[in-house]
Design a protein around this ligand. Structure first.
Ligand SMILES: [Zn+2]
Length: 315
């Protein structure tokens, strides 16, 4: 099976699973809710060199998914979607080795099932309507540069390289452009946004009036750059504990907006609102709850079983 065929099969399977689980395809896809609803036993472990595994169900036995809780959230979401793909498409065992699912894609021999599961992960987490919604928030029809793909990946909760690769599959970027973008380290894009090379935040959101009202899957360590000149020179903000407004913004000039750092976890979904000094203008977004920590995203929930008949988990 070639990749084109794998994408066709996986795209249909991903849409079917989203529909069956009642997940929207027009916005961020909650992979953890999908795991919870999947009927599989899901475990998270800190593992040295494995990003996930799948054991198919058998008569009298639940199937199971094992995920590496050490990974970044985007990678865990990708691994979860990959393993859900195996389950949805009725595959056999999968033991996904390595620490970076995107680093090993070149030169690696992929079995038909692995191709399908990889394609499934992309289509499941990045359905076309969700990609288009995120592009509208960025004020774009199609991504023009690597930075657009980076911002898109933040809104979709996907890895930068996985997003670039999927944009190629969607033919939203010309062939050959994606490989150039994929070679750009996200740190360079973060540095470009922050105007410096050192002490960079883990991720940097570039938000404008178009992102007003969005629901953002933020995480501890994120920087939010808000370009909102209509709010005047000294806007005030209200938001959850764990969010601080930078006294000296690095990117926006005085009177051009504000910058926030997510310095701690956000326990429950909260609103972040900026208000102009006159009180007449506002800008707000919804911040999704963050996982308790990146290291223990899954394992710290209720170790070692995260999701199954007796447990529940959020994002
Ligand atoms: Zn696999």
């Amino acid at each position: 099976m070639n990749w084109l065929m794998a994408h066709r099969v996986a795209g249909i399977a991903a849409a079917n699973l989203r529909r069956r689980l009642g997940l929207s395809e027009g916005e961020y896809v909650d992979a953890f809710t999908a795991l919870e609803l999947s009927g599989l036993t899901v475990m998270g472990q800190d593992m040295p060199n494995l990003f996930g595994a799948f054991v198919p169900p058998q008569p009298g036995r639940h199937g199971g998914i094992l995920l590496n809780s050490r990974m970044s959230e985007a990678t865990i979401r990708h691994s979860a979607a990959h393993e859900l793909g195996h389950a949805e498409m009725g595959h056999g065992n999968c033991v996904a080795e390595g620490l970076d699912p995107f680093a090993s894609s070149r030169g690696k021999q992929w079995s038909d099932e692995e191709k399908q599961a990889e394609a499934f992960a992309a289509w499941f987490l990045m359905p076309i309507p969700a990609v288009k919604t995120a592009l509208i928030r960025l004020g774009l029809d199609v991504p023009r540069e690597a930075m657009d793909a980076y911002q898109l990946s933040l809104h979709l909760g996907t890895s930068y390289r996985g997003t670039v690769r999927h944009l190629g599959s969607l033919r939203m970027i010309p062939p050959g452009v994606g490989s150039g973008w994929a070679g750009i380290p996200p740190a360079r894009l973060r540095a470009q946004l922050c105007g410096r090379r050192r002490d960079l935040p883990a991720r940097v959101w570039d938000l404008t009036g178009l992102t007003e009202g969005c629901r953002l899957p933020v995480d501890r360590g994120d920087r939010l750059i808000v370009r909102a000149p209509w709010l005047g020179s000294s806007p005030t903000f209200t938001g959850p504990v764990g969010v601080t407004m930078r006294v000296e913004p690095q990117t926006v000039a005085p009177g051009e907006g504000a910058e926030f750092d997510i310095v701690d976890d956000i326990a429950t979904e909260s609103t972040l609102t900026l208000t102009s000094d006159s009180g007449s203008e506002r800008w707000s977004v919804t911040l999704m709850a963050t996982p308790p920590s990146r290291e223990g995203l899954i394992a710290s929930r209720r170790p070692p079983i995260m999701i199954g008949p007796a447990t529940r988990a959020g994002r």
